[in-house]
Design a protein around this ligand. Sequence first.
Ligand SMILES: Cc1ncc(COP(=O)(O)O)c(C=O)c1O
Length: 432
Amino acid sequence: MPQDTENENSRLLKRLAKYLPRGCIREGDHVPVSGSGSFYTDAQGKEYLDFSSGIFTNSFGHGCARLNQAGFKQAERLANIHGRHCAAELTFYRRLFSHLPAEDYKAIPYNDGGYTIDRGLSDVINHFGKRRVGIAAYRNGFHGKTQAGKLLINETRKAALYDNFQIDFPNCYRCPWKKKKTACDMECAEAACSKLREKEARALIFEPVQGAGILVPPPDYWKAIERFCREQGIVLFADEVLTGGGRTGEYLACTRFGIVPDLIALTKGLANGKPLSVLLEREYLTGNQYAVRPLERASTFAAHPEALAVAGELLLMLEEGEILPRVRRYGKLLAEGLAELPGRFLQVGDVRSLGLMAAVEFVRDKESKEPDPLFSMRVFDQCRKSGLETIGGGHILRLAPPLNIEEDDLLRGLAILAECIAEVQAGGMKSE
Ligand SMILES: Cc1ncc(COP(=O)(O)O)c(C=O)c1O
């Protein structure tokens, strides 16, 4: 690869910078221009193995002919409609509902995660007669960037319409009770329940696997929380924006953990990168006296026919390709590969995964476990230079390969990652 600082990537970005707010463009960034399967190519012709999947969206990778065809065919028939329904929506729901943990869900379509969470919160508030009730969320969680979504995880500001407060997400690597990963009495669940009781929570929103750090709770954690919430009449709102669509090896992570939430938000894994989301609510929530008129739930691009057609086809492909068992199988491979890293590298504090979502946590040393964001950023950059696209953020590097990735490519990605950590640890940064 030529060492050209004025290459096509930087030329394009330089021109773009004129139109974008400061900080949008990162020095040395590249511009993806085309892709096929688990790979994409930048403007300079360099190829990347894509372990980011368009931030967890492209379950079947880039340029998937069958999904594209489904979208084109629908687009030829009908453009966007507003507040109306189409046949592609029916096909999608028929296939989607076979993956839900109960039969009495109702679907409310949108086109992104934030809107979906916002609608769900409104419906929870309506359910409690518009009274100001306590709604709990997990610390360090993420539920989108609407004002309501941001306030869920805000420790210092009060939400206007509900009492927002936070509880701690289970973190086995940093267990406050110093218990071993597989041998504990789930003190974390007990602590969560007592905070919910103390604050008189009426609803709890949660990511089954917390996305920012790919924190995977102990296997029975969610069952314990669900049991408590049922006893106390607390509404359970699962934010499966990141985990839904097969990423964990079940269509829903909640199914993997054996629980049945009252609301479920889905987006990223629905339509191979096309904007579509759906809020699923148990019927008792959609049918109460404060329930809004259907058009009040509508939004400009909600239930977009093209995205719905792709989503319906994707569900068929999941089934035909036996993708979920494959995610579980390859998820094991990924976990095994990652498990070697803490033993090999001082700065790898922990590795975590469920199915094909994974994280490597970088620390300054294993004793202090002090987060090392600089090391993590260097590994991220080194991976890019070596042709592996990952998802960087703070001291955590996340991996989300396409659900249909080939075994060789999965192993190749793992090998590149290990090489890059070794390079950074040795203090050298390999050039392209
Ligand atoms: C768990 C979770 N919830 C909600 C959202 C917000 O989704 P969107 O960016 O589509 O609004 C995200 C986005 O990353 C997410 O990861």
